[in-house]
Unconditional design. Structure first.
Length: 86
């Protein structure tokens, strides 16, 4: 992991034109962005997996289920008075 962080120094010391270095820096940025998304996704999977088979004292399952109303907003009650009462 720490070798990946040295990419900036390697790119700076390369004997290539500046526009090629700029292109490598863009690739480095995209790589870091994908790496960050991967780490966040792994962390989210770990957090969701911890409580997947746990039951709360009230008898509710703590398993995380993604919302299914994101495609059809007519059924969404997220910001209504009904959702507050529950």
């Amino acid at each position: 992991m720490f070798r990946v962080l040295r990419l900036g120094k390697i790119i700076m010391k390369m004997n290539v034109p500046e526009h090629i270095k700029a292109l490598y820096n863009i690739f480095k940025l995209c790589f870091y962005l994908c790496l960050m998304f991967h780490v966040i996704g792994c962390a989210w999977f770990m957090v969701v997996s911890i409580n997947k088979d746990t039951i709360s004292p009230e008898g509710y399952s703590l398993r995380w289920v993604p919302p299914t109303f994101w495609g059809d907003y007519s059924e969404c009650e997220l910001f209504t008075n009904n959702s507050i009462a529950q």
